[in-house]
Write a protein that binds this ligand. Structure first.
Ligand code: MHF
Ligand code: KIV
Ligand code: MG
Length: 268
């Protein structure tokens, strides 16, 4: 059973991917990926929304359960959705707690800011490992005015760098850096003793994370910093097309798929 401490000690880059279902999680574990994030990116990746904002605690909870039931060795992190934390402390703790107690997650992730320093400290104090997340925080899309790169001015970069240190001091075991300049991510990685995990943050983080549907080529669209390493859309298109043709052409079901039982011959 890997612990949060194991990823801290890793000497190769940490590999993290999102997953939202059991079969995908099982394949990700078989490939030896270190960490699975049950990301709120499920909103646009698999639930048909155009942002992460509508994703609920129940949805992340349910998908986290599917992932933990399908894995044994992989560290599973549940991503706390928009407004499930930071409103009332007791509610934040209850929502984070149910990911651990009921869904079987090993840790939770919070989109971080000045308002999550104390909450991070409190959760860690209670025994809930917290992964922080700075830079582009998609739950703020309506304030950011889109999904552009963050930390591109000296002031903005300084704020992210200071918040990174504040979250390490609050006890976060790791930090996701999303869509920030590579040299800022490198500086923060050097400064922190907990591992940084980058997405669109250059090669110098301690690890990398991407959204699974982007990596396998299932989504129609991927962010500019992502990469399609496969063509699952193509695989689904061809399998579904072949099924349709086989049914319409009378080739499926074939003899080996069907069974005739003597006893039911004369029911009418
Ligand atoms: N499938 C998927 N992959 C992701 O990586 C991902 C999600 N979904 N959902 C949550 C966030 C949103 N992310 C995104 C989304 C869009 C851009 C993007 O297109 N950026 C452009 C222009 C953005 C703008 O100005 O609005 C860029 O050039 O930075 C980047 C990250 C990353 N995350
Ligand atoms: C992209 C990662 C870091 C994330 O927060 C998500 O998938 O929801
Ligand atoms: Mg997320």
């Amino acid at each position: 059973m890997p612990t949060v401490a194991d990823i801290r000690a890793a000497d190769e880059p940490i590999t993290m991917l999102t997953a939202y279902d059991a079969p995908t999680a099982e394949l990700i574990e078989a490939a030896g990926i270190d960490v699975i994030l049950v990301g709120d990116s499920m909103g646009n990746a698999v639930l048909g929304h155009d942002s992460t904002l509508p994703v609920t605690v129940e949805e992340v909870h349910s998908r986290t359960g599917a992932v933990t039931r399908a894995t044994e060795e992989t560290l599973v992190v549940a991503d706390m959705p928009f407004l499930s934390f930071g409103v009332e402390e007791a509610e934040s703790i209850e929502n984070a707690g149910c990911m651990i107690k009921e869904a079987g997650a090993d840790a939770i992730k919070l989109e971080s800011g000045p308002h999550t320093v104390e909450l991070t400290e409190r959760l860690v104090e209670l025994g809930i490992p917290v992964m922080a997340h700075l830079g582009l925080t998609p739950q703020r899309v309506n304030q950011l005015g889109g999904y552009g790169r963050q930390g591109t001015t000296r002031e903005a970069a300084t704020e992210i760098a200071e918040l990174a240190v504040a979250h390490e001091e609050a006890g976060a075991f790791s930090l996701v850096l999303e869509h920030v300049p590579a040299n800022l991510a490198a500086r923060i990685t050097e400064e922190l003793s907990v591992p940084t995990i980058g997405i669109g943050a250059g090669p110098d983080c301690d690890g990398q994370v991407l959204v699974i549907t982007d990596v396998i080529g299932l989504g129609e669209w991927t962010p500019p910093f992502s990469e399609q390493f496969g063509d699952v859309r193509g695989e689904i298109e061809s399998a579904v097309g072949a099924y349709k043709e086989a049914v319409e052409g009378g080739e499926f079901p074939a003899e080996e798929h069907a069974e005739t039982v003597e006893e039911v011959e004369d029911v009418y």
